[in-house]
Design a protein around this ligand. Structure first.
Ligand SMILES: Cc1cc2nc3c(=O)[nH]c(=O)nc-3n(C[C@H](O)[C@H](O)[C@H](O)COP(=O)(O)OP(=O)(O)OC[C@H]3O[C@@H](n4cnc5c(N)ncnc54)[C@H](O)[C@@H]3O)c2cc1C
Length: 451
């Protein structure tokens, strides 16, 4: 165990004292947000904005203070088909927005799964998918302008020509105020070709270098205990017009609903771990083979969306931790990851039951806290249910120069962000202090990095 994992492990042997329930407010309009944050507020700091609450960290919680839930901000204010922009309130679900845009022949740039998340959460937090062409890595890069209520309770508009401010507010994790309205760049629907492949970890590592340099959207599923990788590769086409929804619906349903449910049931009813994991691996392989089939051979960002928007994230919060690795290192990292999973199981008996999901991300310098500012990155989203594993995975990721996302990455060592983001991190902290000198938006989780 390395130095950073000598922190207290949350192995379930120790029970923390019960913490008070936080106050959750659900403002109906901008005046109410101003009232909650303003100088005469009766609500206690720290204040934390919350969208769909699908984040993996405590960035949306405030046990001693107030959570500001923006779910009442659900209007799509204006779709401008000549300027290719949409102005939308922060609580709109991405799925609803994508559907409304599709009816006007428009789509969001970049592939963005998990349609239940909100536009505000996707702009203030990390939101990525298999992007290619001129798509930037993060959803936030599409922001042209925004309106928010500052930590002092004042309305602030950031215009499209205020580039430096926009850079700071994208991926700001709710530390600079509560965003209530956003104007996004959108584009006419484009068709892409999709193909699916299965290979070993060694084969994947050897083609990774090529995959990182060609213009394709790449999503992959790592099954370390099977030694297999499933690839979903998307590339731009001009000669395909097919835009079939049903195969994508089946694919999304299989990946997002069927597999997690079956895995959960097996874990509940099969006590012997050997047999349980054998069954889970079999089902995972079968799901990948069935859902990533030849019927899903073309699509668009409008069709390749999650059809489900009913997820109740707070009630069934999944444990996951996301790290982003430099593309140049990834052929080695992916093999080290397989060995790490196998070693962890041998040593502790624990293993993740769902495949790890990853994407290739392009370089994206549109936000100060962008993890892929300097070079393309590959992301690995690990789903699991055990806090100890997140600590060891964090050790592993830091060793391999992984970059965190503050709403998705568990167990980031306190001194690591300054090291990995360099001067950008200090600059963000300086601006944060100017916007929030009394640290009203700082909960203990964020304080360990940003105070
Ligand atoms: C099953 C599952 C799958 C996922 N898959 C992916 C994936 O493929 N790709 C990916 O990128 N992520 C994924 N995630 C992570 C998560 O969905 C994204 O990070 C998402 O963008 C968060 O959106 P949200 O509305 O849930 O925001 P929240 O979790 O509510 O908030 C995210 C951050 O933004 C801040 N915030 C929210 N709303 C506002 C606002 N109006 N003003 C200011 N700050 C605000 C919050 O304080 C917090 O810091 C997944 C999560 C789950 C549970």
């Amino acid at each position: 165990m390395s130095g950073s994992s000598r922190q207290l492990r949350q192995s379930g042997r120790y029970r923390a004292l019960s913490i008070p329930d936080s106050v959750v407010v659900k403002p109906a309009g901008v005046e109410e947000i101003k009232h909650v944050l303003g100088p005469d507020s009766n609500f206690a700091a720290p204040f934390r904005p919350m969208g769909a609450n699908s984040s993996a960290t405590e960035c949306t919680s405030s046990s001693a203070g107030t959570v500001i839930n923006v779910s009442a901000f659900t209007q799509i204010c204006n779709i401008d088909t000549s300027a290719n922009t949409v102005t939308v309130q922060a609580g709109v679900h991405i799925g609803h927005l994508a559907k409304s845009l599709a009816s006007e022949g428009l789509e969001l740039a970049g592939g963005h799964d998990h349609m239940s998340r909100t536009v505000g959460g996707a702009v203030a937090g990390g939101c990525i998918g298999p992007a290619f062409g001129d798509d930037s890595a993060f959803f936030a890069s599409q922001v042209k302008s925004m309106r928010l209520v500052t930590p002092a309770g004042k309305v602030l508009e950031i215009r499209s020509d205020q580039k430096n401010l926009l850079h700071t507010f994208r991926l700001s994790f709710g530390m600079l105020g509560v965003i209530f309205e956003i104007t996004l760049r959108v584009r006419p629907i484009r068709i892409f070709a999709a193909s699916h492949r299965r290979c070993s970890f060694d084969q994947f590592a050897s083609v990774m270098e090529t995959l990182c340099t060609v213009d394709v959207g790449l999503k992959f599923y790592l099954l370390p205990f099977q030694g297999q990788v499933y690839l979903d590769i998307r590339r731009p086409v001009t000669d395909v017009t097919a835009d079939r929804r049903i195969p994508w619906k089946i694919k999304n349903w299989g990946e997002s609903a069927v597999l997690p449910q079956i895995v959960k049931s097996i874990s509940r009813i099969v006590p012997a771990s050997g047999m349980r994991y054998q069954m889970i691996d079999g089902i995972s392989k079968l799901t990948q083979t069935v859902v990533n089939n030849r019927f899903v051979n073309s699509g668009s960002n409008a069709t390749a969306l999650m059809s489900r928007m009913k997820d109740n994230y707070p009630a069934q919060k999944l444990c996951y931790s996301t790290w982003i690795f430099p593309a140049s290192e990834f052929p080695i990292v992916v093999q080290a990851f397989r060995d790490f999973c196998i070693r962890t199981q041998n040593e502790s008996g624990f293993r993740c039951d769902m495949p790890a999901v990853g994407f290739r991300l392009g370089k994206d310098a549109s936000a100060l806290l962008s993890p892929c500012f300097d070079e393309p990155m590959v992301i690995s989203t690990q789903t699991d249910g055990w806090d100890d594993f997140a600590i060891d995975f964090s050790d592993f990721a830091c060793h391999w120069a992984g970059v965190p996302l503050f709403n998705q990455t568990r167990e980031i060592p306190a001194n690591y962000p300054a090291q990995v983001f360099g001067s950008r991190f200090e600059f963000f902290r300086k601006i944060r202090r100017q916007f929030d000198p009394d640290n009203r938006m700082m909960n203990p989780f964020l304080s360990q990095y940003f105070l």
